[in-house]
Design a binder for this molecule. Structure first.
Ligand SMILES: [Mn+2]
Length: 332
């Protein structure tokens, strides 16, 4: 559980050969773009690398990231640890071992290097490197790959996607002068920024629209309009013909109404029906990471997530709002 310097991270990659790169569960484009770029960079260095995530890649990333290079993973089948024996295990954009999802039990104590940008997290790896000044993990990977001297157009596009996704297309408050400097360097290296942003922000599937329709129909205002809440049950998803992968845009939608300080999306997840995933987005003044920490979750000040266990969606809502009300009360 040692923290290492940037130079040590670069040496770490130079000195080793066989790598296994881990993404976080519910993979977003930052973890996918960072992991895919690192995979390509290591291959270019003549090293061997494998990619692993406990869920399929997001649709938004599928024109940038090659799904086929990911190792197959099926949580219902016995895990074949032999395939990764001897690998140096690296996690990207994974704040805590819980974010490894179903990979946690296999890799929590076997991760050699954690590279992350979340301000709140746990150093579960043998070596840890966190730079919370970076709005995206992709910014850290840019610096590593540039230092390794193997940047190319495909890697640049993958990193540009990671950064654009986590900064909301360079619109969120985590966008800094450094973010733009790195984005500029990636464009110079051949990143197709327009194609990336079109895939991320200008393309929706029919099921995205079905999810949007469902989400808007479920949106409620609470606390005199300071909070918006979208609650979605498994039955709702089934009736609309959508699944969890279609719901990724709803948290940012929940925060959009004028005057809303905190947008909440509560969704029942598959399985025994007792797990409810809450995704939060806030404006200046509300710390979503502190809210989600109450449920063992985490994330950033303006965007965080957690899992709530309850027997019904009504009970999950009550647990969530019982945590929210005092925090809103403190502000008003
Ligand atoms: Mn990230």
């Amino acid at each position: 559980m040692t923290n290492i310097s940037f130079d040590e991270v670069v040496s770490f990659f130079r000195e080793r050969d066989d790598f296994l790169i881990l993404c976080h569960t519910n993979p977003d484009e930052d973890t996918l773009g960072s992991a895919y770029a690192l995979y390509l960079a290591l291959e270019k260095l003549g090293k061997r690398a494998k990619l692993l995530c406990d869920m399929p890649i997001s649709r938004r990333s599928s024109s940038i990231v090659d799904q086929d290079v990911f190792e197959p993973f099926d949580a219902d089948l016995p895990f074949d640890g032999e395939a990764f024996k001897g690998c140096t295990v690296v996690s990207v954009d994974v704040a805590s071992s819980n974010m490894l999802g179903r990979l946690k039990k296999h890799f929590e104590t076997k991760t050699d290097l954690k590279i992350d940008h979340h301000a709140i997290g746990e150093d579960f790896a043998k070596y840890n490197f966190t730079d919370a000044d970076c709005g995206a993990c992709g910014m850290i990977l840019y610096r590593i790959i540039a230092s390794l001297g193997v940047m190319d157009e495909t890697i640049a596009s993958s990193l540009y996607m990671a950064i654009s996704a986590d900064t909301g297309g360079f619109r969120y408050s985590n966008t800094t002068a450094d973010t733009h400097r790195i984005a500029a360097a990636l464009l110079e290296a051949g990143a197709d920024g327009a194609a990336v942003n079109e895939a991320l922000f200008e393309t929706k599937s029919k099921s995205d629209f079905a999810a949007l329709q469902l989400g808007l129909s479920k949106m409620r205002y609470l606390c005199d309009g300071l909070v918006s809440l979208i609650s979605i049950s498994n039955a709702d998803k089934e009736a609309a013909g959508i699944d969890d992968r279609d719901l990724g845009e709803l948290p940012s939608i929940a925060r959009q109404p004028d005057g809303v300080l905190l947008g909440l999306v509560l969704k029942q997840t598959d399985g025994d029906g007792r797990r409810f995933k809450v995704s939060t987005r806030s404006r200046e003044g509300f710390d979503t990471a502190a809210l989600c920490a109450k449920f063992g979750g985490g994330g950033h000040v303006r965007a965080a997530g957690a899992t709530i266990f309850a027997d019904s969606i009504a009970e999950a809502e009550k647990k969530l709002l019982d945590a929210v009300y005092p925090m809103i009360g403190d502000l008003t």
